[in-house]
Design a protein around this ligand. Structure first.
Ligand SMILES: Nc1nc2c(ncn2[C@@H]2O[C@H](COP(=O)(O)OP(=O)(O)OP(=O)(O)O)[C@@H](O)[C@H]2O)c(=O)[nH]1
Ligand SMILES: [Mg+2]
Length: 248
């Protein structure tokens, strides 16, 4: 019986990293990289940036700051409070792995809070309108709306302010917040009403308490800010904003 010499195959060098395998980034992992960037009381104090920016707007107490904390899985990144009017500056948060900023989230002060002095209200409405109309790197707007109140007159005014930019391609999403306070049937109703009001724009149900809609919103914001790559890096999660068939 002839025995061929046992030639040991050369082992592949195990220590060499595979160059074409970048670390997997999920939208939630990306969100978790959020860090405070800067705060500004006036528009001209904001740094000019060329990274895509996503603004969170909506009535005071709608849950903007809480939503940012939930998406970024950080308890106190943005100031959230039971007391309306907590956010009084434009606060920017940077996103991106290894300290490289590839997107910015902007937490804006809420509007419609009755106890704010009239002059402050007017000043803030002006700052916000100027921001929404003129911020060059603004890529998307997330409007937070408590579905128990629906879209208010002030929300409608804001929609009018941003309409020309949305028509030019600015991304837009309405988040129906505090969905945990609604029954399934109320959620379904709120969703269809808001979809009509959004004129075909995106609407999602969200609950910071129940973590409803979190993955879904994170993925959407990733897609908004990474258009070249196209699809999100992680497999799509089943959408969370569609309530299951309602019980009779
Ligand atoms: N049940 C419930 N409460 C929420 C949710 N999101 C926010 N809240 C509560 O709503 C209140 C207001 O939340 P904030 O995140 O401070 O609201 P905001 O829109 O940033 O308010 P301003 O900064 O005043 O504009 C807080 O008491 C939050 O705990 C949610 O999904 N479910
Ligand atoms: Mg706030």
């Amino acid at each position: 019986m002839s025995s061929s010499p046992r030639v040991s195959k050369p082992k592949p060098p195990s220590t060499t990293p595979t160059p074409a395998a970048p670390a997997a980034v999920t939208p939630m992992g990306w969100m978790h990289t959020a860090r405070f960037l800067t705060t500004a009381a006036q528009l001209h104090h904001l740094p000019a940036l060329d990274t895509p920016e996503i603004a969170f707007v909506g009535r005071s107490n709608a849950g903007k700051s809480t939503c940012i904390n939930t998406l970024t899985q950080q308890k106190q990144l943005a100031f959230a409070s039971k007391k309306p009017g907590r956010t009084q500056h434009i606060n920017l948060f940077a996103l991106g792995k290894q300290g490289i900023t590839d997107a910015v989230l902007a937490d804006l002060p809420g509007y419609g809070y009755a106890a704010v002095a009239k002059m402050d209200k007017l000043r803030w409405q002006q700052v916000m309108a100027n921001y929404l109309v003129s911020r060059e790197n603004l890529t998307g707007i997330v409007m937070m709306c408590d579905p128990r109140h629906g879209l208010t007159d002030l929300d409608d005014i804001l929609l009018e302010v941003i309409r020309p930019r949305v028509e030019q391609g600015l991304k837009f999403l309405i988040i129906l917040t505090k969905a945990d306070k609604l029954t399934r049937a109320e959620q379904a109703k709120a969703l269809s009403i808001a979809r009509l009001q959004a004129g075909g724009g995106e609407v999602k149900l969200f609950s910071a308490l129940k973590k409803q809609g979190v993955d879904d919103v994170a993925k959407l914001l990733w897609d908004w800010t990474h258009p070249v790559e196209g699809a999100a890096p992680a497999p799509a999660e089943p959408p969370e904003d569609e309530p299951e068939a309602l019980d009779e």
